[in-house]
Design a protein around this ligand. Structure first.
Ligand code: PLP
Length: 607
């Protein structure tokens, strides 16, 4: 593998040197000169824009270079004149042929910088040499990962719904995947149509006048939305408005984005039922009326409840001169049923990588578009290379590309087209129904925090683990024990410490919901055996979870519960078992003490 990378690097570099020499030879003198040459990039001054950069890679062919030289030959009036009188780019082509003949030795790297030490000596880079071996290695890694292929991922506030194959396939098409973000508009007309239709659909879903697809994540959407609000205040001669009200229950990104946007955060209390404390809100909004920029509010709340007071929240903030930023990351409980623009919000972001089927986890890529009411539309992020999509009052870009992570937009576009209006609404209804079904099955065995007046949750709900602290059981023990039952853990200790937040989504069948509920109820019975003293607090299936095969099948077994109770606590697991790879690790210790699983530095040095 090391040899292959070296060969690629040498080839690319040699091609780059050859191109630079050819462009310089081609002239006309003083006009076209390869300025700098960094590994694989040539930078040339051009008549039109100050600089043009050309980057080559291992797929570049000699024929590509010839075409490039011909393009540069047409780039300046002088060159065009020369080309017309002397034949196209003769000097450049000739130099290219000479350089190509020397390709093996061609280098512009200073001798002192050439690497002499070995690279990629770790065995993993030098073990899998055939496709068979590589296939098995990759498949082995995959088998350690409990994904939606195995079971539901009930990760509250994260909406781990189906990423349908039909939605994902177009991402692999070069027509979407190989279009450069700055490709000339006439080469990206299909993209333009798709983007326009998606913007329209999202505006329709949110009740807003305009949508920007530029932000690459929910947090980036928050930042963009808050900057839009600041621009609006500035345009009204109120640039000093910088106070951002945020409920204590907010997602961590909210205060972080407010700080990034140059705002001062003022916290608003929540009442015992998890609702925003309207009296506290009114007091804070009035106290800061002269400097109030906005509120950032999440609906349904991060506690998984549709708050009855949401309209009043918007009214109070508006009455005191502020704007309403709605955190719509979890639009999965709203589409087709209610719209932020209708109940009083001025801006909201939505996470296409939650509600609109883009797979997520591992940090992206995501899309966190913002929708805004008409009075804020002029300030949406523009882009210096796309004046056609930037209004005169547009703020600067929040992402490098005009449409952010455009290549994954076909996923959300396909989802919306396949579902249609009625399908989207029934998905929302099913997501809410599934959450309430699970809540009803678990209630009684567990304490469920927060519900509205009618006793209902939205698309997610929170299960309390604090009552089990007396017998030494914490949320983390239930979360890890779920691995033995073949499930991914729910969201842990957020937004309330020592609780589990469960979101089933509309993608899960009744059978899968029941499988999960059965697991949770069985775990509750296990906790009861600790409560009654049948199992000791410090040695039971929960605190020892998860149980990998190596532990369950070890010659020694000296635990106060059986191997069957450890690995097959419910019968269905005998047929369908996901074996955890490792037993319990001390998370906090592990997070603070990183251990490299590669050979030690000493071993590497010796080898
Ligand atoms: C996920 C989420 C966010 C942040 O989205 P990212 O794409 O992770 O930046 C913000 N608010 C809420 C309520 C969320 O659930």
């Amino acid at each position: 593998m090391a040899a292959m990378f070296k060969a690629i690097a040498k080839q690319v570099h040699a091609m780059t040197v050859a191109l630079a020499r050819a462009l310089t030879a081609q002239g006309p003198p003083g006009r076209l000169e390869a300025l700098s040459l960094i590994r694989s990039t040539v930078t040339v001054p051009s008549g039109v824009k100050p600089l043009v950069g050309v980057s080559l890679d291992e797929t570049t062919t000699h024929e590509d270079l010839v075409q490039l030289i011909d393009v540069f030959a047409q780039a300046t009036p002088q060159a065009q004149y020369l080309a017309s009188t002397t034949g196209a780019s003769g000097a450049g082509r000739a130099e290219l042929s000479t350089a190509a003949a020397e390709a093996a030795t061609l280098s512009a790297l200073p001798a002192g910088l050439v690497r002499t030490s070995a690279i990629l000596t770790h065995p993993v880079f030098n073990t899998y040499h055939s496709e068979t071996e590589m296939l098995r290695y990759i498949r082995h890694l995959e088998s350690k990962d409990l994904s939606l292929c195995n079971a539901m991922i009930p990760l509250g506030s994260c909406t781990m719904k189906l990423n349908a194959t039909v939605e994902m396939i177009p991402v692999t098409w070069p027509e979407f995947g190989n279009v450069h973000p700055f490709a000339p508009a006439h080469q990206a007309q299909g993209y333009a149509t798709l983007i326009q239709e998606l913007e329209y659909a999202l505006a329709e879903c949110t009740g807003f006048a305009r949508v920007s697809l530029q932000p690459n994540s929910g947090a980036q959407g928050e930042y963009a939305g808050l900057r839009v609000i600041r621009a609006h205040h500035a345009a009204n001669g109120e640039a000093h408005r910088d106070v951002c009200l945020i409920p204590v229950s907010a997602h961590g990104t909210n205060p972080a984005s407010a700080a990034m946007a140059g705002m001062r955060v003022v916290a608003v209390a929540c009442d015992a039922k998890g609702n925003l404390d309207l009296a506290d809100l009114k007091a804070k909004a009035e106290k800061h009326a002269k400097e109030l920029a906005c509120i950032m509010v999440t609906y349904p709340s991060t506690f998984g409840v549709f708050e009855d007071g949401i309209k009043q929240v918007c009214e109070i903030v508006h009455a005191n001169g502020g704007q309403v930023y709605l955190d719509g990351a979890n639009l999965n409980a709203q589409i087709g049923i209610c719209r932020p623009g209708d109940y009083g919000a001025d801006v909201c972001h939505l996470n296409l990588h939650k509600t609109f089927c883009i797979p997520h986890g591992g940090g992206g890529p995501g899309v966190g578009p913002i929708g805004v009411a008409a009075h804020l539309a002029p300030y949406l992020p523009g882009h210096p290379l796309r004046p056609d999509i930037s209004s005169a009052q547009a703020m600067g870009p929040v992402a490098a590309a005009p449409y952010g992570s455009a290549s994954i937009l076909p996923i959300s576009w396909a989802y919306i087209k396949l579902m249609g209006a009625s399908g989207l609404r029934s998905a929302t209804a099913t997501a809410i129904l599934n959450a309430n079904y699970l809540k009803a099955r678990l209630e009684g065995a567990y304490k469920v925090l927060y519900a509205n007046e009618a006793g209902m949750c939205a698309h997610e709900f929170i299960v309390d683990a604090r009552p089990f602290s007396a017998v030494g059981i914490e949320a983390v023990d239930i979360a890890k024990r779920l691995h033995d039952y073949g499930f991914h853990s729910p969201t842990m200790s957020w937004p309330v410490a020592n609780t589990l937040m469960i979101e089933p989504t509309e993608s899960e069948s009744l059978a899968e919901l029941d499988r999960f509920a059965d697991a949770m109820l069985a775990i509750r019975e296990e906790i009861r055996r600790i409560e009654t003293g049948a199992w000791p607090k410090e040695n039971n299936p929960l605190v020892n979870a998860p149980h990998p095969a190596s532990v369950v099948l070890a010659d020694n077994w000296d635990r106060p519960y059986t191997r069957t109770e450890a690995a097959f606590p419910v019968p269905g697991l005998r047929e369908r078992k996901f074996w955890p790879t490792v037993a319990r690790v001390d998370d906090a210790f592990g997070d603070k003490h990183l251990v490299c699983t590669c050979p030690s530095v000493e071993e590497m040095a010796e080898a």
